[in-house]
Design a protein around this ligand. Structure first.
Ligand SMILES: [Zn+2]
Length: 388
């Protein structure tokens, strides 16, 4: 007779004795076998019964411990304890010496069946614990999208840039174009074409930065007027904002500052147009009720020339420290473009006339935001800048 054990592929033979036949056919009362023959209590030895009881006990203990193991490390420990080379089931093998030759294969099969059962239970529990571990990690590592995020600090425009944009928007609304011109100019464009003679005080080395190649860092943005009047055909209405440079530095002067220059050339332009445009600009910028006044002045590039004051925006004209108790703030210079300047740019002053004005962007920014030191605008101190 030939059988295959649960764990062996090679056949084993049972001896053909009557006892063996009994062993094969008589039902043992305990449900020990999942396959193979049953055992008879009467015919089995005390040693076999004791061993089978131990095997059952080991299975019961293992099943109990494995199904209640609460972690994968604990399960690893139990697997070694029961199934390892020095484990509890391996220890039972040593007791096979007490069995008869007929009993050994049956006890071996029984042991292997139990071992397979423990392996199955262990695998099942392992899958449960692994699934639980995955669930636990998914829950622990899940992102709660309802939590408030960390706010990112956002910057904002520099007060000078805000003033520039506001000014340009006002002039654009009146039909002016915004253009730019170089910061390094020839003396012709920066001075001569603007009717500033070679002996004019502004040409003094004290006031102007010269480059090694005899050019100048522009002292005003009026070079734009010369360039565009030379290149473009009137009618023209243009403003230009940019950095200008002068050898000058104190609380109200910086060696580099910003200027906005604007001009308009067309047929029959008069001082009336100049006053209309500048009043509209100043009232749009400082407030519709702000008073303005035009005082006669002198500039080489305009004739007649004027300086424009606005009613002090701090004391509303009653007199304060900012306006030196006059009630007025000087804000810009302007005038009718000098015929010589028009001629220098190829425009016939008999047919065309125009006005021009220059605005200190820094001064407008300081007045608008109540800043008393021009250097604050250029130091990039965040304690100052974040106030705007
Ligand atoms: Zn005042």
């Amino acid at each position: 007779m030939t059988y295959r054990t649960a764990h062996q592929n090679h056949p084993i033979s049972l001896p053909g004795s009557p006892r063996a036949a009994q062993i094969l056919h008589i039902q043992y009362p305990l449900p020990l076998m999942t396959d193979g023959p049953a055992l008879n209590e009467d015919t089995t030895s005390e040693a076999l019964r004791a061993l089978l009881a131990e095997i059952d006990s080991a299975l019961a203990d293992a099943e109990n411990a494995i199904t209640t193991a609460d972690s994968l490390p604990r399960l690893d420990e139990l697997r070694i304890n029961y199934l390892g080379k020095k484990g509890r089931l391996a220890g039972l093998n040593q007791k096979f010496g007490q069995l008869s030759a007929e009993e050994k294969p049956l006890a071996g099969r029984q042991l292997n069946n139990r071992k397979a059962e423990i392996v199955r239970i262990e695998k099942e529990r392992r899958e449960q614990l692994e699934a639980a571990e995955i669930r636990r990690r998914l829950e622990a590592e899940a992102i709660d999208v309802t939590l408030p995020g960390a706010a990112i600090a956002s910057g904002h425009l520099h007060p000078l840039e805000r003033t520039r944009r506001e000014m340009e928007a006002i002039f654009r609304s009146m039909g002016f174009r915004v253009m730019e011109s170089p910061e390094i100019e020839t003396e012709w464009i920066n001075f001569e074409a603007l009717n500033i003679a070679a002996d004019h005080p502004a040409r003094d080395m004290q006031d102007t930065f010269f480059t090694e190649r005899g050019r100048v860092l522009r002292t005003h943005t009026s070079g734009n007027q010369i360039r565009t009047m030379t290149e473009l055909e009137p009618p023209l209405a243009i403003i230009s904002t940019g950095k200008v440079y002068r050898c000058d530095s104190d609380v109200t002067h910086s060696p580099m500052f910003y200027q906005t220059e604007g001009y308009l050339v067309d047929k029959n332009i008069s001082m009336g147009h100049l006053k209309g445009v500048l009043n509209a600009f100043l009232q749009s910028f400082f407030g519709a009720n702000v008073g303005t006044r035009f005082r006669p002045s002198f500039f080489p590039f305009t004739e007649p020339s004027a300086e424009v004051d606005v009613e002090c925006i701090f004391c509303k004209g009653s007199g304060c420290r900012v306006c030196s108790q006059t009630g007025w703030l000087e804000v810009l210079g302007c005038g009718m473009i000098h015929p010589t300047v028009l001629r220098n740019c190829g425009i016939d002053p008999e047919n065309w006339s125009g006005f021009a004005f220059g605005v200190g962007l820094d001064r407008f920014t300081m007045l608008k935001y109540g800043i008393n030191n021009i250097r604050l605008l250029y130091e990039n101190d965040l304690r100052f800048l974040t106030q705007f």
